[in-house]
Design a protein around this ligand. Structure first.
Ligand SMILES: [Zn+2]
Length: 387
């Protein structure tokens, strides 16, 4: 009996090892270990054997059963592996397998990195980011910012004017701003001062600064207001330090009891966040139409530490001055509040400050970029230096 069991095991194992498919293996399992298999019959009949044989036969049969089960499992795994190998050989792309690593992802352009850096600083100070339309009314870009028609400051910003009839109304709807009624107001302005302007369609333009959002934001919400407005702006300029398009961040804070000291403290926070914790700022008197007083803001030079010299030679970055101009700012002219008085901005009770900076200028200073045009040429060798 024990010899027969050994025979079943040996034949079974040989058959299992040569089985060529999962189906064949399953048939073998039924044949060798199933309910009507010879081995099962032997195991069932052990109780009827003479007592002295039971232990030996039972042990042999149990061992044979285990060995066959083991052989079946091993062969099944081999067959699955073979099956995968065959599929891999047959299919050039197996989308179920993990892919090779993606190429290195792209990165933000230096201008956008710098814009986000500035936004982060002001969001930390409780400001909200607002964005305005690039195609803008003369009213918001100039008139309501205290550049009345005919004002010489309009000529400083060489403006691209737009024929309103040529603009896709999906991109520019003159009446989409619910609180604005520029056409009505422009009618008034026009009859008074318009004759000073050259003839032509001059009520619609590409915004020359992001400042139009000052008045738009005040029309939408009463004070207190703290916003920054990043955006691309357009002027008819083109040389090493001017391009027809550049990026700007405008900032605006309006509340009761705001003073020039608040402006200075806010800009000090910005200067230290961008250019280093040891920076100082200074304000110099200047002129802008929509702020009074107006200032230009300098940051202490981060190349020479404000001394004006590096290694005994004049610092080329600050030209020996120890200070670098970074932006223009000022207290909002009460005349500007006059345009939004009906929206809760009484020039007698609210004050505010505004500032505006060129994002490329900040990036050029911080990263020693020598020419503004490098930002817009699309040369990857430039862009990759700032990943
Ligand atoms: Zn310096």
């Amino acid at each position: 009996m024990i010899e027969r069991i050994e025979q079943i095991r040996a034949d079974g194992q040989a058959a299992i090892e040569s089985a060529g498919s999962a189906d064949a293996l399953e048939a073998l399992r039924v044949e060798l270990l199933g309910r009507s298999s010879e081995l099962t019959a032997i195991l069932r009949g052990i109780g009827e054997l003479p007592g002295e044989q039971r232990g030996a036969v039972g042990g042999a049969a149990n061992r044979a059963q285990k060995q066959l089960e083991q052989a079946l499992t091993e062969r099944r795994e081999e067959l699955v592996g073979d099956e995968l190998d065959r599929r891999l050989a047959g299919e050039q792309v197996d989308v179920t397998l993990p892919g090779s690593p993606l190429p290195a992802p792209g990165s933000l352009h230096l201008v956008n990195q710098t814009r986000r850096e500035i936004e982060d600083v002001f969001c930390g100070l409780g400001y909200r980011v607002a964005e305005g339309p690039e195609i803008e009314h003369d009213y918001y870009n100039f008139t309501a910012l205290n550049h009345p028609p005919g004002h010489p400051a309009r000529m400083v910003q060489d403006t691209f004017y737009v024929d309103p009839a040529s603009v896709d109304s999906a991109r520019w709807d003159p009446d989409r701003h619910p609180a604005s009624r520029p056409s009505a107001r422009l009618g008034q302005e026009r009859s008074e001062a318009r004759p000073n302007l050259p003839p032509g369609p001059r009520d619609v333009l590409l915004h020359t600064h992001t400042s139009p959002m000052q008045v738009r934001s005040m029309e939408l919400a009463p004070p207190p207001l703290r916003i920054i407005v990043p955006g691309s702006v357009y002027r008819r300029d083109n040389d090493a330090t001017h391009t027809p398009m550049f990026s700007q961040v405008e900032g605006l804070a309006v509340d009761e009891g705001i003073s020039l000291a608040d402006l200075q403290g806010t800009l000090l926070e910005l200067a230290r966040a961008i250019f280093g914790p040891d920076r100082e700022v200074r304000l110099r008197p200047h002129y802008f139409p929509f702020t009074e007083p107006s200032v230009e803001v300098d940051v202490s030079c981060f190349a020479c530490g404000g001394t004006g010299s590096v290694g005994g030679r004049r610092d080329p970055l600050c030209k020996g001055a120890g200070w670098i101009e970074i932006l223009g700012a000022g207290m909002i002219d009460p005349n500007v509040f006059g345009f939004v008085r009906e929206f809760g901005y009484d020039p007698e009770t609210v004050q505010g400050f505004a500032f505006g900076m060129g994002i490329e200028r900040i990036a050029m200073l911080k990263h020693a970029v020598p020419d503004l045009r490098l930002f817009f040429e699309g040369d990857l060798r430039f862009a990759r230096q700032f990943r």
